[in-house]
Ligand binder design. Structure first.
Ligand code: AN0
Ligand code: CP
Length: 325
């Protein structure tokens, strides 16, 4: 595997899930693969889980790890070509990337959407420059439009909590629900979640206020239900997330907050509509905007085991990349 961006990159999901459980049972079984290999993690944005779980996964696999926070100590980077660089940016990404590639065997990139230029964000301009100019395998640690390490961890978690249903040959009903937020957030998490759920063996529904339609390439064949209550009925998993307006129905709304409707906050009444459903969120989460204290603290909240599975999803991804070096 040379890149990890979309669900197709991991190949058959059943195989990836078996590998995930194998690694979860013995996290150090592939320790020999990473000997004398170096992972470079590059952060253009903040992180808690991705930073820690990716480093942990790489260490489990015997790798050395270098972490660069671009905005904390590196030269400010220009990303556009053709710019006269007489401002505060001392270095161009087009030199910085191949230089970074010289010092490692594999690169993880976190670079969020700017949320001002839809075309630039959806072209994955920064990620694609890393792929093109670093000369190394590259995986997304949340880029402009995708967060596949999260979606893979979410799938692992859903499968772990679906064993009773699977034993009865039933599919879990999984609902991705928009929820209100005070800041404009990217669409990467819901995009990848939708892409992975469409590929998985689940009954998948997306619910959000009108105007918040995700990009059709991620929605695929998913059912979109604008009535949140109808969507939640009979759900086994509620996956809450805010995203800013994707600009699909109205391009001028791209990256904007066009609803702050607090009736979408997931509370105990919302959860009572479900089939004793589990509550999921990628974290970080703002309580009492996305979800109430009661719901996130309830026994049905699986946000912590979900976060724990980030180490597992990342271990599978790095292992596959090491095998292909
Ligand atoms: C980011 C987002 O919504 O994409 C990261 C989530 C993993 N969240 C925030 O910026 C709060
Ligand atoms: N879920 C997730 O990616 O969290 P961080 O932004 O803390 O890495």
């Amino acid at each position: 595997m040379r890149t990890f961006i979309n669900v197709e990159d991991i190949g058959p999901l059943e195989k990836a899930l078996v590998e995930a459980q194998e690694i979860k049972n013995d996290r150090f079984m592939y320790q020999h693969l990473g000997k004398n290999k170096t992972l470079m993690m590059i952060f253009f944005n903040n992180s808690l889980r991705t930073r820690l779980s990716t480093q942990k996964a790489a260490m489990n696999l015997g790798m050395n790890v270098i972490v660069l926070d671009v905005n904390a100590g590196a030269w400010k980077l220009e990303t556009e070509r053709g710019v006269i660089m007489d401002g505060d940016k001392s270095e161009h990404l087009l030199e910085a990337i191949p230089v970074m590639g010289c010092y490692c065997d594999m690169i993880g990139v976190r670079s969020f959407a700017g949320l001002t230029d839809r075309e630039y964000d959806y072209a994955e301009t920064v990620l694609n420059q890393f792929i093109k100019y670093s000369g190394k395998p590259v995986f997304a640690m949340e880029t402009a439009t995708v967060h596949p390490l999260q979606a893979f961890a979410d799938l692992i978690t859903i499968e772990e909590y679906s064993q009773t249903l699977r034993a009865k040959s039933q599919k879990p009903k999984v609902v991705l629900s928009w929820a209100p937020h005070c800041r404009a957030l990217p669409q990467a998490v819901p995009n990848s979640f939708a892409q992975w759920m469409n590929a998985a063996d689940v009954d998948f529904v997306i619910t959000h206020p009108e105007g918040y339609e995700l990009d059709p390439k991620f929605v695929g064949n998913a059912r979109v239900e604008y009535d949140q209550k109808k969507a939640f009925e009979g759900a086994d998993f509620i996956y809450a997330k805010n995203w800013s307006n994707p600009g699909v129905t109205n391009p001028a709304d791209y990256g904007k907050i066009t609803s702050k409707d607090m009736s979408w906050t997931v509370d105990t009444e919302h959860m009572s509509w479900t089939n004793n459903g589990k509550f999921m969120h990628c974290l970080p989460v703002r309580r009492n905007l996305i979800v109430t204290d009661d719901v996130i603290e309830s026994p049905n909240s699986i946000v912590i085991p979900e976060a724990a599975n980030r180490e597992i999803s990342c271990s599978v991804v790095i292992k596959r990349m090491l095998e292909a070096l």
